[in-house]
Design a protein around this ligand. Sequence first.
Ligand code: PLP
Length: 436
Amino acid sequence: MSHVFHRVLSRALPRAVRADGVWIEDADGKRYLDGSGGAIVVSLGHGDRALIDAMTAQASRLPYVHGTAFTTDSLEDYADDVASVLPLDDARIYPVSGGSEAVETALKLARAYYLARGERSRTVVIGRRSSYHGNTLGALDVGGKEQLRRPYAPWLGRFAHVDAAYEYRCANPAHPVGCGRWHAGQLERAIVGAGPATVAAFIAEPVAGATLAAAVPTDDYWSSVVEVCRRHRVLVIADEVMTGFGRTGRWFGLDHWGVRPDILTAGKGSTSGYWPFGFAACSGEVFETVRPNGFVHGFTWSHNGVGAAVAHAALRRLRESNLVQASALQGELLLKDLAGALAEHPTVGDVRGIGSMIGIELVADRDTKVPFARSEQRTERVLAAARERGLLLYSNAGHVDGDGDLLMLGPPFTISDEERGLLAERTVAAITSLDG
Ligand code: PLP
């Protein structure tokens, strides 16, 4: 009997005892290849000395001060450095403890911006269906993952939603022609429908992750939706919690399309999972607008100096070891291997991704794209087969009207060629083990 209220209640979890590089070992001595860096988090591998040393040095010097009483060298130094890679003009960062808090902060910041401008009617945020922004109530509400929303539906419903860019099942009748324009039209209708003077922000993941498994938009998507937002003076919030810090092979997901948002959120890879950390960042223009009235917000653990020190060490490692380029290269090779090996597989509908963010969509019928019924528990069974083979994958299920099966790979960028080969091999073996 355990006194822990575990994340998973349907099966006993193995007890992890140590980790190194891309490997995690449990108490029975079984070694797992961490093919998804947990929840697409661990980008620098386990056991990185530079991050551990930065954490212990800052914790020894100054473990905690409250953000309303002090700033710290570690926070100031990190903010100066990270501002140089963020796709924001004159960035300001508001550090928090993770992705959901970063999203809550971003939503409130958009509201604070319009309150400061005297546009009190701008309260609506437009999110996307089949998106994920976190599990706190504001983030859950602006997100679009139905299974997570359902139990809490009576508490939700403040925000509007449009379709996500999801090329495999795109609703644009002319697909693949003009998808960017089609999505922009849908967003504009949502803004006009809500009343343009009531809309504060549009929030989206640059590449849809947790709910759509690395669904990469067409090249015209981001420029088209941002143009609509600018025309209606709707702030653009890029949720880079999963795509940030090299995951897609560029520093940030939006760098692929040369777009600069007004507000950006980060988490996961910002510390490669070594410390619970994230931030909302905004442009200097948003900050200067909000500054005179102040920002009514804050957490006990926000602006944490140890978190900033670890994030700074992660930033340096990414930069000094060229790991953003490694993410692009290893990801491209992994995607090629998987796409090749699964090209004819009867239950693999799509293998997609960008950089080290890769998704596999399983279907009952490749031609019609009909998904497996949820009752078949296809995702769960592939994941179990992978675990049996010493492989950890990330997943999502139920994105097609309650059915649908998605696997996600997102290994540390430090993965070796040999480990990458093993990752592809075990993934294919786990999927294939359910055949027949
Ligand atoms: N935003 C995005 C895009 C995410 O992928 C996630 C987590 O998967 C979150 C926000 C929430 O982050 P956290 O789980 O750290 O609260």
